[in-house]
Write a protein that binds this ligand. Structure first.
Ligand code: BGC
Length: 747
C-alpha cells in the first residue's frame, strides 16, 4: 500500500497537515483537540492504566511515569489507531526535571537570562530523555504585583521587560534541541487576581494590559514559542478563554503568534462559574472561535460534533484548530520519532554539566539584603571586625566597624545553625518537581547543614530546628521546647546562622496567603535568638516576597536564598565566607506589610508625592526593599550617564547612552546595570520609570567599564495606546543607570 503523504518526512509540513486533515473524521478531529490525563497526580507512581487511556487523544498531561510505559501507550496510538497520530506528552516542568534549578523568581534575581536559557535546555533534555515529556507547560511569564498570590514563584517578577527577557530565554532553551515545545502561560492577566486570591476576578484596564501584562508574552511569541496557554481569569466582562480579542486579535494578530493555544486545566467547562456560557456545546463553540485549539482536562471539545451540527461552529474553524495541533506534532518530528529514548536515568539526568549549571545559577540568584556590623560586643567576630575599621568612614563608631559578612572560617570556632530550614532539603527545591521527589539523598539532597560542615570544617556546629515548619498554626508547647534547644545552642556561638522562611508548599498554585509575614512559629524563635546578642546571619528561603522588617532589624545580615535549587546550600555558604561575592538583585519589590500591597516600582505618579501614603507609616512611602535592590561585598561607583545621537541603518533617530561603572572596593564583584526610562510629560500618562534594558558586568577591584545602551526610539521611548497603536512623542526623557546616575535628553 502506498505511504500516505502525511507520513512522508520529506514532504512540506503544510502539505502533510492538509493531507492528514483530509483523512480525518469529525470525531477524530475532536479527539485531537482534547488533552486528557491518565492516572492522577504528577508523581513517579502515576503510570495510569490501559483502561483510562484513549489512544486517539491529542495530548496527555500530568503524566509522570517512566519512559517505557509512556512509549507503550504511545505505541498504541501510533500502531493501533486508524491514522496513527502520535500523542503530545505535557507536564509542568518549570525549573528542572531531575536536576533542580532555582525557581523562576530566583532565576530573575540573577539578571542573567542566558542562564535560564541553558537551564531550560537541560530541563527539556532531561524530561524528554528520562520521561518522554515533549511539551513543557512553561514558562510562566506573568508579571506579579501581589506577593500574596502564590504563583509569583513561577514567574520572573514584577517588571514586564525583565519578564520578557527571561520568557524569551526560557522558550529558546526549551525548544533549542527541537524535541520539545514550550507553553507560555497564562495568557493573560491571571496574576492580577483580586487580593492575590488564586483564580479570582481580575480588574485590568486596557492601559495596564498593554503596559504590564502583555509585553512578556509578546517577547515569548517573538522568540518562537510553539504553544501558549490561555488563562483562568476574565478580562473586561469576558473569560479570557472565550476572548477572541485577546487570543486571536492580540496574540495572533499583533504579536504574530503562529502556534497552538491550549486552555488551562478545566477552565473551559468552568466558564459558567464566571456567569458566562454554561452549556458545554456553547462553551465549545465560543472557546474555539476565540482561538483555543485544545481543551485541557475537561474533554470539552468532544462536543465539537454537536457544536458543528447545531451550526454554532464551522468546519473551517475546526480544521484551523486541528491544523495548529498537527503542525506542532510535525514540527517536533513526532511522526518520525514518536518514542522517547529508554536509557537509564543516570545516563540522561543530573550529568556533571547540569549540576555545575545549577550551582552557578544559585550563586547568581541570592540577594544580600542586609550586612551590618555585628551588634554584640564580646565575640571573636566582633573583635576581628573592629580591627578592620574602614578608615575613610566619617560615620559613627557603630558604622565604622566592618559588616558581619563575609565570615572568616579560620576565626570561627562555634557555629549555631538554628531554624527550621537548616537541616531540610525541601526549602531549596521549589514545588514543581514532578520527577525530583526522592530527595532524601543524591544530587537534590543537600541542606544548609551539609554545606556548612564543608565550609567550616574546623568549627563545632550545633544544630537546632528551633520551631516547627510545615504549617500556619500558632506556636505550641512543642515549639517552646524546640526554641529552648535553639537558644541553648546559640548562647555562646561565634555566629548564629538562622535558617528560616517558607516551605515550598506555601508557594505555588492554590497557595495564596492573606498575610506575608513569617509563619507564626518562627517570629518567637527569631526574637529569642536575637536577644542573645550573638552575631546573627539570617538565611531566608522563600518563593515570594515576605514582610518582616521588625524581625530583620534584629539580624546583622540577611541573605535571601529563595528556593535556589539543588546547589543552593553550597552557594549560600560560598557567599557567607566570601568565596562568592553576592550579586543577585530583587526582581520584585518587598512591601513593609501586607497593607502596602500592591507596591511595585513602575507605578504611575501620584498627584502629591510628598504626602505620606499612610498616616501610620508617615516616614516611608516606598517598599521595604525596592525592585533592583541587592548588596555586594564591594562598592560600585557610577559615572555620568551620557546620551548621544547615533544614526544607524534602521533608525536615523537612534541614540547611544553610556555610563562608566567602577569597582571601588577591594573585591571582585558583579553589578547589574538597570537602565530606567522616564517620560515625565506624555499625552497618555506613563509610569514613573520603567526598565528598558539591563546588563550584568563583572569588575575586578579598581576596574572600570563603560556600559553602552543603544536606544531605539520606537522600541524604547514609544508607548502603546489602549487600542494597541504605538506612539512616539517628541519631548524630554530621563535615562537613569540603576538610579545612581541620570541624564535628561530630548527627542
Ligand atoms: C495550572 C497550569 C498547569 C496546569 C497543568 C493548571 O491548574 O494553572 O499552570 O500547567 O494546571 O498542570
Amino acid at each position: 500500500m502506498k505511504r500516505p503523504l502525511y507520513k512522508n518526512p520529506a514532504a512540506p509540513v503544510e502539505a502533510r497537515v492538509r493531507d492528514l486533515l483530509a483523512r480525518m473524521t469529525l470525531e477524530e478531529k475532536a479527539e485531537q483537540l482534547c488533552q486528557d490525563t491518565i492516572g492522577k497526580d504528577p508523581n513517579p507512581d502515576n503510570h495510569g492504566t490501559d483502561s483510562e487511556f484513549n489512544p486517539r487523544v491529542g495530548s496527555i498531561y500530568q503524566y509522570c511515569g517512566d519512559t517505557r510505559t509512556r512509549n507503550a501507550f504511545q505505541r498504541i496510538a501510533v500502531e493501533r489507531t486508524r491514522l496513527g497520530i502520535p500523542i503530545l506528552w505535557a507536564l509542568d516542568v518549570i525549573h528542572g526535571w531531575r536536576t533542580m534549578f532555582p525557581v523562576s523568581l530566583a532565576q530573575a534575581a540573577s539578571f542573567l537570562p542566558s542562564l535560564t536559557e541553558r537551564a531550560q535546555r537541560v530541563a527539556a533534555r532531561e524530561c524528554w530523555q528520562d520521561g518522554g515529556i515533549d511539551w513543557l507547560l512553561g514558562p510562566m511569564v506573568e508579571v506579579g504585583h501581589d506577593p500574596r498570590w502564590g504563583r509569583n514563584v513561577e514567574g520572573y517578577g514584577e517588571d514586564p521587560y525583565t519578564a520578557g527577557r527571561f520568557a524569551a530565554a526560557a522558550v529558546r532553551g526549551i525548544q533549542r534541541d527541537g524535541r520539545c515545545a514550550a507553553c507560555v502561560k497564562h495568557f493573560v492577566g491571571y496574576s492580577a487576581c483580586e487580593g492575590g486570591r488564586d483564580y479570582s476576578y481580575t480588574e485590568i484596564s486596557a492601559r495596564a494590559m498593554r503596559e504590564w501584562y502583555l509585553p512578556p508574552f509578546a517577547a515569548a511569541a517573538k522568540a518562537g514559542a510553539l504553544t501558549v496557554m490561555s488563562s483562568f481569569n476574565e478580562y473586561d466582562g469576558v473569560p479570557v478563554s472565550a476572548s477572541r480579542a485577546l487570543l486571536t486579535d492580540e496574540l495572533r494578530g499583533r504579536m504574530g503568534f503562529r502556534g497552538l493555544v491550549v486552555s488551562d486545566s478545566g477552565a473551559l467547562h468552568r466558564m459558567g462559574n464566571m456567569g458566562y456560557a454554561h452549556d458545554p456545546v456553547d462553551q465549545t463553540a465560543r472557546a474555539i472561535h476565540a482561538g483555543n485549539e485544545m481543551s485541557m482536562g475537561d474533554g470539552l471539545f468532544r462536543n465539537i460534533p454537536a457544536a458543528v451540527a447545531a451550526g454554532k461552529l464551522s468546519m473551517e474553524d475546526v480544521d484551523e484548530a486541528v491544523s495548529r495541533v498537527l503542525r506542532v506534532k510535525f514540527r517536533l518530528g513526532l511522526f518520525e520519532n514518536p518514542y522517547a529514548p529508554e536509557k537509564p536515568t543516570r545516563k540522561t539526568c543530573q550529568l556533571p554539566d547540569a549540576i555545575d549549571l545549577a550551582h552557578q545559577f544559585a550563586r547568581e540568584t541570592m540577594v544580600l539584603l542586609k550586612n551590618d556590623p555585628p551588634r554584640g560586643n564580646n565575640s571573636s567576630l566582633v573583635a576581628r571586625h573592629s580591627s578592620l575599621v574602614t578608615r575613610h568612614s566619617s560615620l559613627g563608631a557603630a558604622h565604622r566597624a566592618a559588616p558581619v559578612l563575609p565570615l572568616d572560617p579560620r576565626k570561627i570556632r562555634k557555629i549555631a545553625l538554628v531554624g527550621p530550614a537548616g537541616d531540610e532539603v525541601h526549602p531549596h527545591l521549589g514545588n514543581w518537581r514532578a520527577a525530583a521527589t526522592d530527595v532524601s539523598r543524591g544530587v537534590n539532597g543537600e541542606t544548609f547543614l551539609d554545606a556548612a560542615r564543608r565550609f567550616f570544617p574546623k568549627a563545632e556546629i550545633r544544630v537546632a530546628r528551633g520551631c516547627t515548619f510545615w504549617d500556619y498554626t500558632p506556636p505550641t508547647e512543642k515549639d517552646a521546647a524546640l526554641r529552648a534547644e535553639a537558644v541553648a545552642a546559640a548562647r555562646d556561638a561565634d555566629v548564629v546562622l538562622l535558617c528560616f522562611g517558607e516551605v515550598p508548599w506555601m508557594c505555588g498554585e492554590k497557595k495564596s496567603r492573606r498575610d506575608i509575614s513569617l509563619p507564626p512559629a518562627q517570629p518567637p524563635l527569631i526574637e529569642a535568638i536575637a536577644a542573645l546578642g550573638r552575631p546573627l546571619v539570617g538565611l531566608c528561603c522563600s518563593g515570594r516576597a515576605l514582610a518582616f522588617p521588625d524581625l530583620a532589624a534584629k539580624m546583622d545580615a540577611l541573605l535571601w536564598c529563595w528556593q535556589s535549587g539543588c546547589r543552593a546550600p553550597t552557594a549560600a555558604m560560598e557567599i557567607l565566607v566570601g568565596k562568592v561575592n553576592p550579586s543577585g538583585k530583587l526582581p520584585i519589590s518587598f512591601p513593609r506589610s501586607v497593607g502596602q500591597i500592591p507596591v511595585f516600582y513602575n507605578h504611575h505618579g501620584k498627584i502629591t508625592p510628598e504626602c505620606p501614603d499612610y498616616q501610620d507609616l508617615p516616614e516611608e512611602n516606598g517598599p521595604w526593599f525596592p525592585f533592583g535592590f541587592g548588596l555586594s561585598y564591594t562598592t560600585f561607583k557610577y559615572g555620568k550617564v551620557k546620551v548621544a545621537s547615533k544614526r544607524t541603518a534602521r533608525s536615523a533617530r537612534a541614540l547611544e547612552a553610556t555610563v562608566e561603572v567602577t569597582n571601588a572596593g577591594s573585591r571582585a564583584g558583579k553589578e547589574t546595570v538597570l537602565w530606567y526610562l522616564s517620560d515625565p510629560e506624555a499625552s497618555y500618562t506613563q509610569p514613573v520609570r520603567r526598565v528598558i534594558a539591563f546588563e550584568k558586568i563583572s569588575l575586578k577591584p579598581g576596574e572600570a567599564k563603560t556600559v553602552r545602551l543603544r536606544i531605539d526610539p520606537m522600541r524604547d521611548l514609544a508607548y502603546d495606546l489602549p487600542d494597541g497603536r504605538r506612539v512616539l512623542e517628541p519631548g524630554e526623557f530621563v535615562l537613569s543607570a540603576s538610579l545612581r546616575s541620570e541624564a535628561r535628553f530630548a527627542l
